[in-house]
Design a protein around this ligand. Structure first.
Ligand SMILES: Cc1ncc(COP(=O)(O)O)c(C=O)c1O
Length: 387
């Protein structure tokens, strides 16, 4: 084209799933019944109160104007009470919580607010690909740190300590961890906070999976003194079946929040009041609501484990979150072509682990966001393929 894109676009690629979903759409348009077990987009609905509040608010003529840049006070208060109830963390709703359009955009805002060109950013491998692409877009230097199965997929702080950390500005952690389903512990959170304070690194925990197949909710912000160096992202996408709504938040010390707001308030102009009022309802769902949602995931997980067994993958039965992560057998030379072959022959899409980094190369990830009928159908197709 006559007009050249900005240089920064040359350093990132279209998101893997954006390309893959387009391929799946093409296959479906050509008549293939593709079962997508790739993506973690919850298919169960939000609570009834959430949806009815949205509808009622949308009918009011007064609901449609611009809203506050930080989110309406009622929603910040609801997030604060939710954090207190489940994570035992005190957050001042006035200045320690900033509403986001999903946690994904928070990754960009935090990076824009804190990473200068040339600053290094510690990013988990395997990990959510957005941490790397956003770091690159803002001119930061991606510095992957290894997570390994034998270490419970937790960072090896001793080995990091031995390296030069003088240029590191920001470190991403994500517990419960995607894609491995590993949990952190208060002990590792305490060590991470001490590490971030010693090296003056902003430590950010991306925490959208705590409520899925997990009954021990912990937050990085509950460590004493955490607010000096730590932020936490959270979101209603997975926990409340509201991925398409785009509602999340970042929490932390008011000075950090103010700085992030300086970036964000130049990018959007608040979020529809109806969605915010509905999100308040979602956060007030009784605990039994999460239990019901999880009982569905638990039944699905059994079928996904059977699929893993069928594929001779090894996996940890205690993992949590929206996926099952499994190691492919040594007899398979290349995971990517293995996945492509399954897609082509069985019309079942499974995520190859390499998209999460080098340490994911020998793994696959299967989503629990398909109903039991579809999962059983997928299993049947794979039985035939293996047949
Ligand atoms: C680790 C991780 N962080 C963030 C997100 C984005 O979530 P949200 O919908 O809140 O933007 C995802 C979504 O898949 C994720 O897996």
């Amino acid at each position: 084209m006559i007009v050249k894109p900005a240089d920064r676009t040359g350093n990132v690629q279209e998101y893997y799933f954006s390309q893959k979903l387009a391929q799946i759409d093409r296959m479906r348009a050509e008549g293939s019944d593709v079962i997508n077990l790739g993506i973690g987009s919850p298919d169960q609905p939000p609570s009834e109160n959430t949806v009815s509040t949205l509808a009622a608010e949308a009918r009011k003529p007064t609901s449609h104007g611009y809203q506050s840049y930080t989110g309406i006070p009622a929603l910040r208060k609801a997030f604060s009470e939710w954090y207190k109830k489940y994570f035992r963390v005190d957050l001042n709703p006035d200045d320690e919580i900033l509403l986001l359009m999903g946690s994904k955009e928070g990754i960009m805002h935090i990076s824009m607010a804190y990473v200068n060109p040339g600053d290094e950013v510690l990013i988990p491998d395997p990990g959510y690909p957005t941490y790397s692409s956003v770091t690159t877009l803002v001119g930061g230097i991606v510095r992957k740190y290894d997570l390994r199965e034998e270490n419970g997929w937790l960072p090896d702080l001793d080995s990091l300590e031995k390296s030069d950390l003088s240029k590191v500005k920001l470190m991403w952690i994500n517990y419960p961890h995607m894609p491995t389903g590993a949990k952190a512990s208060m002990d590792i959170f305490r060590k991470l906070i001490a590490f971030s304070q010693k090296h003056r690194i902003l430590l950010c925990n991306d925490n959208p999976y705590s409520f899925i197949l997990n009954n021990e909710y912990i937050s990085l912000l509950s460590v004493d003194g955490a607010k000096e160096t730590a932020l936490e992202l959270n979101s209603l996408s997975k926990s409340h079946n509201m991925a398409g709504w785009r509602i999340g938040m970042v929490a932390g010390h008011c000075d950090y929040i103010k700085t992030i707001l300086r970036v964000k308030s130049n990018m959007d102009s608040g979020m529809f009041l109806g969605m915010q009022m509905a999100a308040v309802e979602a956060l007030n769902n009784p605990e039994s609501w999460y239990i019901t949602v999880n009982s569905v995931y638990a039944r699905r997980r059994k079928i996904v484990e059977e699929i893993m067994d069928l594929l001779h993958c090894s996996y940890d039965k205690s993992q949590i979150g929206l996926f099952v992560w499994g190691r492919i057998p040594e007899s398979i030379p290349d995971c990517e072509s293995y996945i492509e072959d399954i897609l082509e022959k069985s019309k079942v899409f499974i995520t190859p682990g390499f998209i999460f980094g080098d340490n994911g190369k020998r793994y696959i990830r299967i989503s629990l966001c398909a109903n039991e009928k579809r999962l059983t159908e997928a299993k049947g197709r794979l039985v035939k393929l293996k047949g």
